[in-house]
Design a protein around this ligand. Structure first.
Ligand code: SAH
Length: 392
């Protein structure tokens, strides 16, 4: 069995996620030296994997439930499996590949996990408790290749895209930490793909992870509870619109003119506002009743927060006749970033101008700023002055 499982690990390999720049290189990368991570498999793939090792389907289903429903992070804990099978799985495969390096708890209850992949790459995940539900913000890449000037993650550059298993495991770790291993969340869980990285430059692994997490025999977090935020990878917006069970979409805008957006978000040079908004207009057709195309607008004092810029933003959205909603995000400051957050008064004024032009507008409350867990602050920080609790 061990032999067969190993062999199969080579056959299935692990699909290399999109490298970050090349959207469609479709390379297959074998990690022959690295035991296969069972978290990267859908339930059907796990059944197939076990079948090649002459193990029955019900065993695969047991393991799938062990990993995703009971959220067990080792085979040793799956005491319903025969000892010999546990030992084989232990020596040839992985039930977990992320290790927690530090865990920070904010005064508002937000928790930030700084983790490491098997090849020593940083991964950050944030757990945000709220009154009626809890939200987990996961990362799609280690670092980020986009060079948005207001975002601290950009300063890391891209290490690599994360596999589906690494995306799923972030959620498992955050859930176990918040509620206890395998314990049912007391409130609803929402997921947001707004951590480090550009999710749409890792589209295939992201969508695979969402499929695994939606499995009723697993975590059972359906796409309707998930929001993915993109800086504007236009072809993927179109692709997402065609998927029936799709997550919600948010677009990071930050500016209403190409001139300013080119400066703040260099991805705009590749896909201009006009093209982006046209894709959003197409995406609108896939919206459910009551749903809107969501735009995130980070508020930078003296850069993009003037009355004139509010009018430009409203005109841009109205010109495309978009069923839109704007979330204003006060900038989360970080030492090396050359920006200040807009004053609360200016944020309110900006909101009032948008609303006067018929745009639904909300102001997002920053969470976990004190522990560098807020939007745009994920940069593998591990300062001593944070309320960090070292784990392990
Ligand atoms: N790459 C994706 C997801 C990560 S960023 C994207 O661009 O959408 C998630 C959100 O955080 C984006 O809306 C982005 O505009 C916002 N953001 C980035 N840096 C920020 C900062 N320093 N303060 C406030 N929001 C920030």
């Amino acid at each position: 069995m061990a032999q067969k499982l190993l062999l199969h690990a080579r056959v299935l390999g692990e699909r290399a996620p999109d490298s970050g720049q090349g959207l469609a290189n479709g390379r297959i990368q074998m990690h022959m030296e690295q035991p296969v991570n069972l978290l990267t498999f859908t339930q059907d793939e796990l059944v197939e994997f076990f079948a090649r090792g002459s193990e029955p389907a019900y065993r695969a289903r047991q393991v799938f439930a062990g990993l995703h429903q009971r959220r067990l992070q080792s085979f040793a804990a799956m005491t319903d499996l025969p000892k010999a099978l546990r030992a084989h799985l232990e020596s040839t495969t992985k039930a977990s590949t992320l290790s927690i390096e530090s865990r920070y708890v904010s005064e508002d209850g937000t928790r930030r996990f700084l983790m490491k992949t098997h090849d020593d790459r940083p991964v950050e995940t944030v757990f945000i408790p709220e009154e009626h539900r809890d939200t987990i913000c996961f990362s799609s890449q280690s670092g980020c290749p986009l060079q948005c000037t207001f975002c601290l993650t950009a300063q890391l550059g891209l290490f690599r895209s994360l596999t589906a298993g690494e995306i799923v495991e972030q959620v498992i770790i955050a859930l176990n930490d918040a509620y206890g291993v395998g314990m049912k969340p007391p409130r609803g869980i929402n997921l947001v793909g707004m951590g480090a990285g550009e999710p749409f430059l890792n589209f295939d692994e992201l969508m695979k992870a969402l499929g695994i997490m939606a499995d009723p025999q697993g975590l059972f977090i359906v796409p309707n509870r998930v929001t993915i935020s993109t800086a504007g990878v236009v072809p993927r917006i179109r692709e997402l619109a065609a998927i029936t069970m799709r997550p919600h979409l948010a677009i990071s805008l930050a500016a209403a003119t190409d001139e300013l957006r080119n400066e703040l978000m260099p991805i705009n040079k590749k896909w201009r506002l006009e093209e982006l908004l046209n894709a959003c207009k197409e995406f609108e057709q896939s919206l459910k009743p009551g749903e809107r195309v969501t735009f995130e607008y980070v508020m930078l004092a003296g850069v993009n927060d003037s009355d004139e810029q509010a009018r430009q933003l409203a005109n841009l959205l109205n010109r495309h006749e978009l069923r839109a909603k704007v979330n204003l995000i006060p900038h989360n400051p970080a030492d090396p970033l050359p920006y200040e957050p807009s004053t609360p008064d200016q944020v309110e004024w900006f909101k009032a101008i948008l609303e006067s032009k018929g745009i639904h507008t909300y102001v997002r409350r920053p969470r976990g700023r004190d522990i560098y867990a807020a939007c745009g602050q994920l940069a593998a920080r591990r300062e001593n002055n944070l309320l960090g609790v070292a784990v392990g």
